[in-house]
Design a protein around this ligand. Sequence first.
Ligand code: BG6
Length: 515
Amino acid sequence: MIVENPAPAENPRRKGLRLERVPEPCAVVILGATGDLTKRKLAPALYNLAVENLLPENFALIGFARRPQESAQFRDAVRQGLDQFSRSKPIRASAWERFAENMHYISSPFEDPKGYEELSIFLKEMDQKRGCRNRIFYLAVPPESTPGIVEQLGNSGLSRPCECAWTRLIVEKPFGSDLATACKLNQEIAAVFAENQVYRMDHYLGKETVQNLLVFRFANGIYEPIWNRRYIDHVQITVSEHLGMEGRGASYEEAGALRDIMANHMVQLLCMIGMEPSVAFDADSLRDEKTKLIKAVHPPPDEPVGSYAVRGQYGPGWVEGLQVPGYRNEPKVAPQSSTETYVALKLFIDNWRWAGVPFYLRTGKRLPKRTTEIAIQFKPAPHLMFSKAAVPRLDPNLLAVRVQPDEGISLRFGAKVPGPSIHIRAVNMDFTYGTAFTAEPPEAYETLLLDCMLGDPTLFMRGDEVEAAWGLMTPILEGWSKSPEPPFPNYEAGSWGPERALELIERDGRKWRRL
Ligand code: BG6
């Protein structure tokens, strides 16, 4: 996260105010540059940084991938991606020309040392011509390619910074597929890169609303006293998506909802809600607190995995008025696939603040809508002096943080219905980003790429933090592998998930929020 000069402007980046630090000249090398991530996220993010004059003066983008093609073809593909996915459109001719001028492509199999030699020579030339001595290697590759590429970067000497310069590595999720593989990957990376060179990406941390959770909790004095087991009944975190596989069937088959969303994005949301305030807003203090929190999270003691971890897989159905196939009929998905596309968990946090407060988490594909929300459900007032008739069904206070879309925060409370007698109804006090701020927020990838260029790893995951998250999730995966598979598909596309997920919360006398 960048600390900007204090100023009354709503978005100092867009108003052109100076950042406290400007990134030094650098070259960003995207390994796997012909993939979807570059087209949809990375190139648009870099382009938008260029438009806002946030890229360093001497900047270069180098695509490195298997596909044989010339730099001109790479530029065309990037341009097509921008036309489709950039948040600022139409693409400005002058900004594009400046951006495209410094874009190059090297074709090589990831396992071929010659490709890295060529890259190394090219980077040296760039350094001489344009002074880009600093380097970021962005691994936008399938997870199985990561260790080999890291080794090649080490063997070719590319992992070692030039004199008076820095070299950083960005690793995309999934970071391992369980505790053992995450530890192994950490070791493989540590054999080549120092921990302070490694930036493990979880794009949720770059979302404005997720960062705002920290501001909301720790820049305001009134929430802290009630942010605990004395006042909070339970917390619900929902990451729901209406989309299905969108061509990602093959990789999703290896992942499933627990690995794809729960083990990373949702653990991060849980941290933002549950962590203790850190002594300073710096990378290590913050990540120490998050790691401490994750280590304190546990399932309900003495319960079988099936009772606190529900998995589901969608069958055919209707989403947003369209008929959609079931997961097993998606391209590149096995006809008898046992991959889960939905997970609901009930977890607890073992510390003084949260002991006994259940955290219910759910995520799924092909649910009725795309929405990410955190709901803090407070306990009811201890004594109601009003008659039962006045409060036929008064729900207790609820704080809902909408991470996306319609980003905002609302507080539900009881209000008197105007009239001669006392009738109380729940109303909402609402804050919405759209109306409070006129500036368009940057995309998560813009924030994170800029932070990496600035050498600020606060919003990236540390090795021990990732291992702690897998330490929490791996017993669930193991428990599932030992228990009989549910009768998949067990929820209809366009519904809110399997029946068992309703039971998970309803047997505690609570209900999932209707979103
Ligand atoms: C990715 C997952 O990390 O996050 C995808 O791999 C998911 O399956 C995506 O669709 C959701 O991100 P966002 O920013 O759209 O909520």
